[in-house]
Write a protein that binds this ligand. Structure first.
Ligand code: AQP
Length: 336
């Protein structure tokens, strides 16, 4: 039986953090064994965030992101790992899909509303971002998209865009399904548990995120200063967002059930919980950090991995794009 195809991407917008790992990258690594896996570093998406788009930073961030992904266990011998802008079909299909996507669908996206809130002027790219994301996924006819739950709405939009295209022009795409962590893991910022842990926020707020390759001291410092509440000990009957976030990190990294974790920490002081979380995070991330340091020391090899990934991705993407061009009347095709 043919293996199902998995596609996902990550933006090189800052240091990759524990939320990215728990919500997405750990799923990516797990799917490689029995799926056809394709992963991209979404540098074109990063251009929608002005601070991330500074040219001098972007190339370095792309390399750093690739090195962290490989250190986390993405195996370039099994999975295709490439940089989005190295495969021109992504932007080409995005334009074609934008011509069939109503603006109202994009204005309803929660991420667009959050990111544009309070801004005087918003780039067209921020609004059109989910169309490019739909193109990323649909180009590879992916069956499954492993993502954090914040991206679920964009996968639903991808399906809507594909369905609309099929109605207007004919069948070509596979309708993808999101693949989420069973517990729908969303990791919140340590300095503000009302907002999700985010790469870009982590760039300016030192104790916001746990970087996947942060040194142990920095991890312990961030966890021990994590915002909790005015109480002193864990009381599951009145959970606050900060304590819930720490319990959840512990639960997901230890692989234990939430009831067992609650029982373990019930009635114990917040300092005990924080120390246990810090120890577990450091133990989990230390092998990743060591591998990262080795990989980052050989940038030539990393570039070769990304070049080869793009070589493997291009023909797959071009085959879908050719068919779309034919259906839209831009190229001669079998139906002419
Ligand atoms: N806090 C989170 N908890 C669980 N999953 C998360 N993801 C992101 N944050 C969390 C998942 O990580 C994948 C890659 O994310 P992305 O780079 O495409 O963009 P994002 O969702 O916008 O991630 P960030 O870290 O918040 O970056 P910035 O600050 O640049 O926006 C996605 O699958 C996402 O769900």
């Amino acid at each position: 039986m043919a293996r199902r195809r998995v596609f996902s991407g990550i933006q090189p917008t800052g240091k990759l953090h524990l939320g990215n790992y728990i919500g997405a990258i750990s799923l990516w690594v797990a799917t490689q064994a029995d799926h056809e896996a394709i992963f991209c570093i979404a540098d074109l998406h990063a251009l929608t965030i002005p601070e991330a788009a500074r040219a001098a930073h972007l190339r370095a961030k792309v390399r750093e992101t690739a090195a962290v992904l490989v250190a986390c266990g993405i195996d370039p011998a099994r999975a295709i790992l490439f940089v989005q802008s190295h495969v021109p079909a992504h932007t080409q299909l995005a334009w074609l899909l934008s011509c069939v996507t109503p603006v109202g669908w994009l204005e309803r996206m929660i991420q667009f509303k959050t990111r544009s809130a309070g801004l005087e002027s918003v780039g067209t790219g921020l609004l059109a971002y989910p169309v490019l994301q739909a193109a990323d996924i649909l180009l590879y006819r992916a069956d499954l998209v492993p993502v954090g739950e914040d991206q679920q709405q964009h996968i639903e939009l991808t399906r809507d865009v594909a369905r609309r295209f099929h109605t207007l022009f004919g069948q070509v795409f596979t309708l993808p399904e999101p693949m989420l962590q069973p517990s729908g893991a969303r990791i919140m910022g340590l300095d503000d548990p009302s907002t999700k842990m985010s790469k870009s926020r982590g760039e300016t707020r030192p104790r916001h995120a746990i970087g996947l390759v942060d040194p142990p001291d920095a991890i312990r410092d961030a966890v021990m200063h994590a915002v909790t509440d005015s109480g002193r000990e864990v009381r599951p009957e009145r959970p606050s967002p900060g304590v819930t976030n720490l319990l959840r990190i512990y639960e997901l990294l230890s692989g234990r059930r939430s009831e067992a974790v609650q029982l373990e920490f019930m009635g114990k002081g917040y300092a005990v919980l924080k120390r246990a979380v810090a120890d577990l995070v450091v133990t989990t991330l230390e092998p990743i950090r060591r591998r990262y340091l080795d990989i980052a020391a050989e940038p030539g090899r990393l570039d070769a991995v990304l070049d080869e990934g793009a070589e493997r991705a291009r023909p797959l993407a071009d085959a879908t794009l050719d068919r779309v061009n034919q259906l839209m009347g831009l190229e001669e095709g079998t139906q002419d």
